[in-house]
Write a protein that binds this ligand. Sequence first.
Ligand SMILES: [Zn+2]
Ligand SMILES: [Zn+2]
Length: 70
Amino acid sequence: MVCHQCGQTAMGVCKFCGRGVCANHHSQMPVILAVYVGRAQTPKTIVVADALWCGVCKPQPEPIPMPEIY
Ligand SMILES: [Zn+2]
Ligand SMILES: [Zn+2]
């Protein structure tokens, strides 16, 4: 596994797209694990603040509709 930007040995894999990323090129992005909508009108989320991210892909914040499945 190598970094997709510089080709050096990757320190990890992007949580969103699976690209390898080295220590120099990784980024971090909060990941919303769950959304709670309580009786109060304010939705609450559980967020992982340090998810490994390649900095290149664009994770979708919402589930993507895939009507072709049906
Ligand atoms: Zn790199
Ligand atoms: Zn990525």
